[in-house]
Design a protein around this ligand. Sequence first.
Ligand code: HEC
Ligand code: HEC
Ligand code: HEC
Ligand code: HEC
Ligand code: HEC
Length: 462
Amino acid sequence: MKPRGRYIWAAPALIAAALIFAGANISTGSDNSEYRFFPNLLKITGDRQVTVNDFTGPETCGACHQGIHEQWEGSMHANSFKDPVWQKKWKMAFEETGGTIGTECIGCHSPIGMMTDRLVAPADMENLDNISANGVQCDYCHSIDSTHYQKTRALEPHNMAVAIDPGQIKRGPFGDSEASFHDSVYSQLHTSAEFCGNCHNVFHGSTGFPIERTYDEWRHSVYARNGIVCQDCHMAPVDNLPEVAATLKRVPNPGYASEIADERPHIYTHEFVGGNFVMSRLLGSEKSAVIAEKRLKAAARMSLSASATRSPGLTVVDVKVENIAAGHNLPTSLTELRQMWLDVRAEDAAGRIFWSSGAVDEKGAIDSKAVIFNSLAVDDFGQPTLKPWKISHFAYNKTIPPKGHAVESFAFVIPADAKKPVTVRAELNYRSFDQSVADALFGDAAPRVPKIIMTAAELKLD
Ligand code: HEC
Ligand code: HEC
Ligand code: HEC
Ligand code: HEC
Ligand code: HEC
C-alpha cells in the first residue's frame, strides 16, 4: 500500500524547505560557499593548498624571456601590490570593517599573496615575500588554466572567476613552442578579452555592485565585434594604437618570445600600460609613464564650433569630444576616482581671459562648474563615497563609449570692451585622482597630482 498521506505532507514541506534554502541564498546575495576566497571567485585546481614555492619568480622567467621581463617590470601589474594608494585603501578597508573585508582587496592586487595566505592582514605587508609582492606576475597569469565565469550569477567575467594550476606547465598563445625549463600548453583563454575581464570587471560592496566595468564596456563595442581584444591595444607598441583603433585590425609585431627561440611573425608585448602615468612615475617607472602619456594623447579627438543655440547677448560654443582609440568608455574602470575634464577659456585679442570653466586652483581643486567625465559613487544612504567596499551604486555615470562622442555647450557673455577677435581654447585634461584624495591619504607628504592635456582645440569668434 502506498503511503499517500506522507507524500501529501512531504510535498509542501519540501517546497517550504526549498523556499527557505532559496531565500537564504538570495538574502546573502552570494553563491559563495564553493569559493574559498569569496568575493574573489578564484579556484585552485584540485583544491590544494599552494605555497610560494609552487611559483617561480619573474626574474627566473626573465632569464630566457628578457625582453618580456623588461616590459613587465615597472608596469602597474608589477606594482599592483606596491602601489601606495592601494596599500592605504586596503588598510583603511580592513580597519573600518574590523577585518570582515577579508580577502576582497587582495585577490587582484596580490593574487599569490592571497592564495598562499601570506597576505591576510595589512600588518603582513611589511615583510611580505618577494614573489607575493610582485603583484600580477608571469607565473600567476601563465598558470591560469580555465575560467568558470559562465557558472557565476553574473554570467560574465568578473572577480577572478578562473582556476589556477601552478606547476610545470605554462599556458600561452602558441601551441607549438618548446622550452626546456617548462612544458607549454596552448590556451585559447589567454588570447581572449575574457582573460583580462576576470580582473577588469570588479563587483564590490554590500550589494556586489559592478564598480569597474572595462570588460563590459569593451564587450558591447565595435572592437569586440571585430575581434580586437584588450591584448591588441595593451600588449602592443603604443605607436600602433591609432592604426589598430582606426582600422579595427591587428598590426603585426614580429619579434622574439624568448631570446633563445626563433623570431615569430607576431608577439604580444607586456607593458600593460593604461592611463596611470602618475603612479608609474612615482614608483620609478619612467618608461611606463611615457607610454601612458602617449596612450592618453591618442585616445580622444576634440573640436569646437559655434552653437546653433541662440540666446540674446550670450555666445554659445559647442565642444565635441570623441573617444577614438579606447576600446572601452573614456575614462574607464575607477570612474569615480579618475578625472577627465574640459578646461575651456575665452580670451580677447589683447590676451585678456574674460571667461573660463574647468581651471585648477592653487590647491589643486578643479573649478566646481567644470564639465567632468566621471561617475558619482554613493553608499547605501546615498552619500558620496570613494571607498570601494562601501559603494552601493553610481548616482550618475558620465563617460564616453568606444567610438562614441559627447557634446558639451558653454555659454558666456563677451564684454563690450573685449578686443576682437575672441579666441575660445579648450583642453581635455586627465588625472588619476583629485588632489583632495592624495591629501586625505598622504597628508602633508601628499604629492601634487599632475594632469596631462590629452588633446586641445580652439575657435576664433569674430
Ligand atoms: C577583481 C579584481 C579587483 C579587486 C578584487 C580589487 N581591485 Fe583594485 N583594481 C583592480 C584593477 C583592474 C585596477 C586598475 C584599474 C585602473 O587603473 O584603471 C584597480 C585599481 C585600484 C586602485 C587605483 C590605484 C591607483 O594607483 O590609482 C585602488 C586604490 C584600488 N584598486 C583599491 C582596491 C580596494 C580598496 C579593493 C578592495 C575593496 C580592491 N581594489 C579590490 C582590480 C581589483
Ligand atoms: C630556460 C629558459 C626558459 C625559462 C627559465 C622560462 N621559459 Fe618560457 N619559454 C622558453 C622558450 C625557449 C619558449 C619558446 C618560445 C618560442 O617558441 O617562441 C618559451 C615559451 C613560453 C611561453 C609560450 C607558451 C606557448 O606555447 O604559448 C610562455 C607562456 C612562457 N614561456 C612562460 C614562461 C614563464 C611564466 C616562465 C617563468 C615561470 C618561463 N617561461 C621561464 C624558455 C624559458
Ligand atoms: C596579466 C597577465 C600576464 C602577465 C603578468 C604576464 N603575461 Fe605573458 N602573456 C599574457 C597573455 C594574455 C599572453 C598572450 C596574448 C595573446 O596571444 O593574445 C602572453 C604571452 C606571453 C608569451 C608568448 C609570447 C608573446 O609575448 O606573445 C610569453 C613567452 C610570455 N607571455 C611570458 C611572460 C613572462 C616571462 C612574464 C613575466 C615577465 C609574463 N609573460 C607576464 C599574460 C600575461
Ligand atoms: C589578477 C588580476 C588581473 C589580470 C588577470 C589582469 N589585470 Fe590588468 N590590472 C590588475 C590590477 C590589480 C591593476 C591595477 C594595479 C594598480 O593600479 O594598483 C591592473 C592594471 C592594468 C592596467 C593599467 C591601468 C592604468 O591605470 O594605467 C592595464 C592597461 C591593464 N591592467 C590591462 C590588462 C590586460 C590587457 C589584461 C589581460 C591581458 C589584464 N590587465 C589582466 C589586475 C589584473
Ligand atoms: C582600441 C584599443 C583598446 C582596447 C581594445 C582596449 N583598450 Fe584599454 N585603453 C585604451 C586607451 C587608448 C586607454 C587610455 C585612455 C583611458 O584611460 O581610457 C586605455 C586605458 C585602459 C585602462 C586605464 C584606465 C584608467 O584611466 O584608469 C585600463 C585598466 C584598460 N584600458 C584596460 C583594458 C581592458 C581590460 C581591455 C579589454 C577588455 C581594454 N583595455 C581594451 C585602448 C584600448
